[in-house]
Design a protein around this ligand. Structure first.
Ligand SMILES: [Zn+2]
Length: 281
């Protein structure tokens, strides 16, 4: 259901524009996946996969509407469980010396379940969310402090967060390099970031090709492991924990293999979703 909705989320009437590589600025690419509504190309310079052409800014923002909010509501518990799992896997609570009194930002906080959990553990939490309906829900339900818009427009103070979390967010960002610079600016020295995003350089994307679950119009950039690590380290963060999970989607004909392939993917770090904990040195 989720994939079906997300896959069809490209809207009629959107004005597209040709762009340069969002990571390295090159204009050389080869077309890798072409659908009726959208196209992904691979940069000939840095090798990253990105949507090109893609909708102009205002059309991208318009996608995060009531329908998107319904999708967030339907999936909020699953997303929360996965996020808690990454928190436990990388031991972030211990690294921070507990959450109490720590300043934590969740960029793309959706309905606010994770922030509410951290608030209940004593953290001072802030959220950024582009979808107005999600913000309204998070505020009404959990009384969270939120900014409804983009991270850049929120204008947080420099060196102000112990932890910045962004899960399934960076692949939706038009300018990931500028975004990461802003993340770096607002993270405290010695603070941490937690990043979760699809991983493109695995057998799963090659196996499913156009049907790969992350190849959807909402995703603007799809990172291989090396692209994500290069970006994070170029900005000035030091990766200290990496893992991946996920393989066959639940609605696939191959789903009878899913139990085994999911275990394989997690154990050998071959999953199609990647997670990195990094530190601002
Ligand atoms: Zn490039």
């Amino acid at each position: 259901m989720k994939d079906l909705y997300m896959r069809n989320n490209a809207r009629s009437g959107e004005i597209l524009q040709e762009i340069e590589c969002p990571l390295c600025g090159s204009q050389n690419y080869k077309v890798e996946y072409s659908q009726k509504n959208f196209r992904f190309v691979r940069c000939n310079e840095c090798g990253v996969l990105y949507q090109n052409p893609r909708p102009k800014k205002e059309f991208i923002q318009n996608r995060y509407d009531d329908k998107y909010f319904q999708y967030e509501i339907e999936n909020q518990k699953n997303f929360f469980q996965l996020q808690i799992k990454t928190f436990n896997d990388c031991n972030i609570e211990k690294l921070l010396g507990g959450f109490k009194g720590k300043r934590i930002l969740d960029v793309g906080c959706a309905t606010g379940m994770l922030l509410n959990h951290l608030k209940n553990k004593g953290a001072i939490v802030h959220g950024v969310e582009i979808c107005t309906q999600s913000c309204r829900y998070a505020y009404t339900e959990f009384q969270l402090t939120l900014y409804n818009g983009t991270l850049e427009n929120a204008r947080y103070e420099s060196n102000s967060f112990d932890l910045v979390h962004f899960s399934h967010l960076i692949e939706h960002i038009e300018k990931p390099v500028d975004f990461m610079k802003e993340i770096y600016r607002i993270t405290k020295k010695g603070g941490y970031i937690l990043v979760t995003t699809p991983r493109e350089d695995t057998i799963w994307s090659k196996l499913f090709k156009l049907k790969w679950r992350s190849l959807i119009p909402d995703h603007l950039v799809l990172f291989g492991r090396q692209h994500l690590i290069s970006l994070i380290t170029m900005i000035g963060f030091e990766p200290i924990f990496i893992e991946s999970w996920g393989s066959i989607p639940i609605d696939s004909k191959l789903k009878f293999l899913k139990f085994l392939t999911d275990r394989f993917a997690k154990k050998f770090d071959k999953g199609d979703v990647q997670f990195i904990l990094a530190k601002k040195a």
